[in-house]
Ligand binder design. Structure first.
Ligand SMILES: Cc1cc2nc3c(=O)[nH]c(=O)nc-3n(C[C@H](O)[C@H](O)[C@H](O)COP(=O)(O)O)c2cc1C
Length: 211
């Protein structure tokens, strides 16, 4: 029987970036909603600020998000800000691939829940925003890893701030919330890319170990 720590390490090992995603879901939507709630309840935040906000878009709503990203980029192609060839050969196929998945989780920070702490604890005032982002990233990692454990593949994207305004408008999300990341998930239709690992000894130092 693996210990809980071994199980947790196995889950961490299994989490990878998967770009080839499909639309079959290994679980009912209620299970995904449950995980999102678990993340919001159990991921820690500095001073317990709880400033992270999550928006779960499933199926048709997920598709609408990626249509919106495609439309936003399409406008940039028209103005010449994005080169036509790059759009046709790289960006559009990539975005169409995102659309062909089950769902996307949008990770936000609500500054209204950070500011009072910055005002109250003057010596830490410049730390609350980065700490909020650390906590936001923990939510991302929790959901990336647990969705993988359910049989999904997932990848993390950053189309913010380009899409912030149209997304706020479409799903009636407070304009002050800051979009941090998008986690796309679906049935894994391909494996992860090969990943080079820098030597562990260069990255970890241990002092005082006895056995
Ligand atoms: C903070 C962070 C930001 C990332 N941003 C992106 C991104 O914008 N687009 C993308 O395709 N992958 C993104 N990734 C995925 C990384 O490229 C990937 O995690 C890394 O290469 C290791 O591969 P693995 O996820 O398979 O372990 C991001 C990962 C992290 C942790």
């Amino acid at each position: 029987m693996p210990t809980p720590t071994e199980t947790f390490a196995d889950l961490a090992r299994a989490r990878r970036t998967i770009y080839a995603l499909g639309k079959s879901s290994p679980v009912p939507d209620s299970k995904i909603k449950e995980l999102v709630n678990e993340a919001i309840l159990h991921v820690p935040s500095s001073f317990n600020t709880q400033s992270t906000r999550l928006v779960l878009l499933l199926h048709d709503e997920h598709e609408k998000l990626w249509d919106l990203v495609i439309d936003t980029f399409g406008e940039l192609v028209k103005t010449g800000a994005v080169p036509e060839e790059m759009w046709r050969e790289r960006t559009l196929p990539k975005l169409t691939g995102m659309k062909n998945a089950v769902g996307t989780i949008l990770f936000y920070e609500d500054p209204a829940h950070i500011k009072p702490f910055s005002e109250k604890f003057a010596i830490y005032k410049d730390h609350f925003t980065p700490w909020a982002e650390h906590s936001n990233a923990m939510h991302q990692y929790f959901l990336w890893t647990t969705l993988t454990s359910l049989g999904f593949g997932a990848n993390l994207q950053h189309y913010n701030p380009l899409i912030d305004a149209p997304v706020s408008e479409k799903w009636n999300i407070p304009r002050e919330w800051r979009l941090i990341a998008q986690l796309v998930f679906g049935s894994p239709e391909g494996g992860p890319n090969e990943k080079a690992q820098k030597p562990v000894e260069e990255r970890v130092r241990v002092f005082g170990d006895k056995n």
